[in-house]
Design a protein around this ligand. Structure first.
Ligand code: HEM
Length: 505
């Protein structure tokens, strides 16, 4: 005889019937609850923004995006094709969204042209969430955290002295001298280069060329494949990008090969690349990943630091009464017979306040870099949907009147408390946000400290009435670069060159 069908058996027991009814009710309830929660999420509106279905801020986008804050508030959303963009223009909202939701915003939107094709998916800045970015950041942070960053101070001091001597000899080229400072520092830190670096060195020129190409392609919507991804399969559309990738990879790998050869001959200076080569397996890096990791330090750290130093010189010329207050402290703490050094840093809070205010006044990564929401993010009764590109717009944030009263004024004292020490309750939003914050920020801050201290200690800097400075004359790139400008650099001591040359180290 055939066994009775299970369902008939089940329905035949009153106990099982009761359990079945309960389960059915529970499933119904769960379905209802899930649907209600999904509805409540999706029924939340997007933060406000221009309704144009294809809003394009166009050139100098960070300025236009900052202006939207006056109309729509601290967080603005709009669409570009299928992509939703969310722009944050105020400090508190940046903290609430990008800092608090760091784990959910660690991803990057797709950068098909600049990231996937031109960098073969290996440029740290553009790598999305996952194992690769974890291992790249782990390797970088192990060599850039504050205690390790301090080891680069002697190289920074040496190169900062060269910068001051270069400005003394040829003040009109001070912007180029700052670029030489930063290039030289990164080449020493990364590849252990000991001979003097000049911006005209072939490998530095080539690095700079790749940086310029990257800066152009990385801007949102700059390349057609980012708007129409299908075109990446049309060879001629991406031919130039692929050629640029081959050239860049070859340069990066050849620089690593140079260090590898020196290691074999026992002539290599300890540097980032020797460190990586010794631990290549531990970090799980392929040769090409290692090449890119080292090579992208130049792109990420060189022009950015150089631009920030030149903005300090610009601020000193534009706001001499602010710079004079810093000089008073330098004279009291250091005097004029010796150079300010890293050991003086704690006693010179005005130096730090001056470059922090410069970060705010002219942020180098002015539009910030886009993160990507990996989940719906609820904020103030709005939803920022999963997949949204979220941009902390440094240019807008710097004008936040709640965080920085009278934001358009340059006031380095806003960073000091009533005792004249640095405040610890304010952020300068210069290095991005959350889990993608700049890994080189401590190295960069040390560069800015020593160059600001030396520059203001060595020179009275003023605007030349015959060559007024246009403080908005900088490149329209992801990281801006001030175009060459002139100022008067008047040495504050007759024997400036002697004092600098007499300083050991
Ligand atoms: C004043 C100088 C600098 C500025 C203004 C700056 C700014 C930034 C910003 C805004 C980001 C993106 C953060 C985000 O996505 O939220 C970033 C990322 C990065 N920076 Fe810097 N940076 C500077 C110096 C440096 C230096 C000296 C190095 C290394 C030597 C460096 C290495 C990097 C790297 C590797 C990334 C990618 C991190 C990632 O995407 O996870 N930066 N930087």
């Amino acid at each position: 005889m055939e066994a009775p069908p299970l369902v008939v058996f089940a329905m035949s027991s009153p106990f099982v019937q009761a359990v079945g009814t309960c389960l059915f009710a529970a499933v119904l309830y769960l379905l209802f609850a899930v649907r209600r929660s999904a509805l409540s999420r999706t029924s939340l509106p997007l933060p406000p923004g221009p309704d144009d279905a294809w809003y394009s801020p166009g050139e100098r986008a960070p300025i236009k995006l900052a202006e939207l804050a006056d109309i729509y508030g601290p967080v603005v959303c709009f669409r570009r094709g299928k992509q939703i963009l969310c722009v944050i223009n105020r400090v508190q909202a940046a903290n609430e969204i990008l800092q608090k939701h760091g784990a959910e915003t660690v991803d990057r939107p797709r950068f098909i042209a600049a990231g996937e094709i031109m960098a073969g998916g290996m440029r740290t800045l553009l790598v999305g969430a996952g194992d690769r970015i974890r291992k790249l950041r782990r390797a970088l942070l192990s060599q850039m955290q504050p205690s390790v960053a301090a080891q680069y101070q002697p190289i920074q001091m040496k190169n900062a002295k060269t910068y001051i001597l270069d400005v003394l000899t040829d003040p009109d080229s001070h912007v180029a001298h700052a670029r030489r400072y930063a290039a030289s520092l990164v080449m020493s830190m990364t590849y252990g280069k000991t001979e003097p670096t000049y911006f005209t060195d072939p490998e530095v020129q080539e690095m700079a060329l790749h940086g310029t190409r990257f800066g152009k392609v990385v801007r949102i919507g700059a390349h057609v494949v980012d708007n129409y991804p299908i075109l990446r399969y049309v060879p001629f559309v991406t031919a130039t990008l692929r050629k640029w990738h081959r050239e860049e990879l070859q340069l990066f790998n050849s620089l690593v090969d140079g260090v590898r050869n020196k290691m074999e001959n026992h002539t290599a200076q300890p540097c980032f690349v020797t460190y990586l080569l010794e631990r290549q397996q531990e970090f799980g890096l392929t040769d090409n990943e290692l090449g890119y990791l080292a090579g992208s330090m130049f792109g990420a750290g060189s022009d950015t630091s150089a631009s920030a130093i030149s903005f300090v010189a610009m601020a000193a010329a534009m706001f001499p009464e602010e710079a004079d207050k810093v000089r008073e402290q330098l004279d009291a703490v250091v005097g004029r017979d010796r150079l300010p050094t890293f050991e003086d840093m704690k006693l010179l809070p005005r130096v730090t306040a001056f470059f922090w205010e410069t970060y705010r006044w002219r942020p180098v990564s002015w539009g910030g870099f886009a993160h990507r929401a990996m989940k719906d993010i609820l904020w103030n009764g709005y939803v920022i949907p999963k997949g949204t590109a979220i941009i902390g717009n440094h240019w807008g944030i710097r004008q936040d009147p709640d965080a920085y009263p009278e934001p358009l004024k340059f006031k380095h004292e806003r960073w000091l408390n009533e005792n004249g020490n640095l405040r610890d309750d304010m952020s300068y939003c210069n290095f991005g946000f959350g889990r993608r914050v700049c890994v080189g920020q401590h190295v960069a801050n040390n560069s800015l400290y020593i160059n600001t201290a030396l520059l203001l200690w060595a020179f009275n800097i003023t605007e030349n009435p015959k060559a007024p400075i246009d403080t908005m004359n900088f490149t329209d790139t992801a990281n801006v670069r001030p175009l060459p400008f002139k100022a008067i650099f008047e040495p504050r001591m007759d024997n400036l060159q002697d004092i600098i040359e007499a300083h050991l180290g």
